[in-house]
Design a protein around this ligand. Structure first.
Ligand code: ZZB
Length: 261
């Protein structure tokens, strides 16, 4: 899997994370949450960024004294063999935090229409074993994100979040012939998906959203408005990489290794 790894710079830590990180990040150093995405063309529509509340994450030094990545251990190790850490195979760990510790942190999300930043929020279905364990949320085009966002708003107290962190306006960015301009909302409603725990239906909805978006979608927002999604995807990705806001991240095929070895 070839992902785009996006750099969401921390603007303000959650109350739980701040004291745990005191003195660990040098003056002038920036920490980034780094979600892995297959849909760089949807980044205009980011409304928050998800972590698994029970997943253990690290903060790793990617550029000495300057850049630090909040990701899973596994992702840090992979990145160390893809040229994204200070030296080959080296991934210095500065701190360890639980996903729950960083809920409420405010980050700057590149390209997002939310110019003031977006919040780190909990998502139970985040897999520690995939991507970076950090997932940026685009509720206009990802059924999982849409269903989770509805649940977070509905049960804000249970999730220990402020309702307004999740209650962010959903921006239409891609128009499709079958599902309109809010693909995820359309699919969640028409398939009667009631909860982020409806895993089987959500997987089906994701499949449909990918296919319709990629083959029939047209951009209705951003620099490549009017182009097809197929045309815009590599252009947005390159723009993010050129700006220093993203980099290519490949997922090694661990399944094959464990099966044969
Ligand atoms: C933003 C985005 C916008 C995504 C969209 C999808 C969609 P896949 O398809 O199964 O290979 N993701 C990444 N890492 C994780 C994780 N550790 N746990 C759970 N979800 C994860 O998965 C790739 C997509 O799944 C990624 O792309 C990410 O969400 C999420 F409009 O990033 B995506 C129709 C999907 N639309």
């Amino acid at each position: 899997q070839e992902y785009t790894a996006l750099k969401l710079r921390v603007k303000e830590w959650s109350d739980t994370a701040r004291p745990k990180l005191a003195g660990l990040i040098p003056e002038g150093g920036n920490v980034y949450f780094v979600p892995a995405t297959l849909r760089p063309e949807t980044m205009y529509g980011q409304t928050c960024c998800f972590v698994g509340p029970n997943i253990t994450y690290g903060i790793y030094e990617a550029v000495a004294g300057k850049e630090y990545y909040f990701i899973s251990d596994r992702a840090a190790r992979n990145m160390a063999y893809q040229g994204h850490m200070p030296a080959w195979g080296v991934y210095p760990k500065i701190a360890e935090l639980l996903g729950a510790d960083v809920v409420g942190t405010l980050v700057h999300a590149p390209l997002s229409a939310q110019k003031g930043g977006v919040r780190i929020l909990p998502m139970e279905s985040v897999k520690a074993s995939k991507g970076t364990g950090v997932v940026t949320s685009v509720p206009s085009d990802s059924p999982d994100d849409y269903a989770t966002m509805l649940d977070l708003v509905k049960k804000a107290e249970y999730y220990k979040i402020k309702k307004e962190w999740a209650e962010v306006e959903i921006l239409p960015i891609i128009e499709t012939p079958s599902y309109g301009n809010l693909t995820a909302k359309f699919l969640v409603e028409s398939m009667k998906i009631n909860s982020p725990k409806d895993a089987k239906q959500l997987a089906e909805a994701k499949d449909l959203a990918y296919k319709e978006g990629f083959y029939k979608g047209k951009m209705i927002y951003g620099d490549f408005k009017g182009k097809t999604v197929e045309e815009a995807k590599p252009l947005v990705r390159q723009q993010l990489i050129d700006a220093g806001d993203a980099f290519a991240y490949a997922e090694p095929d661990g399944m094959v290794l464990s099966r044969s070895g």
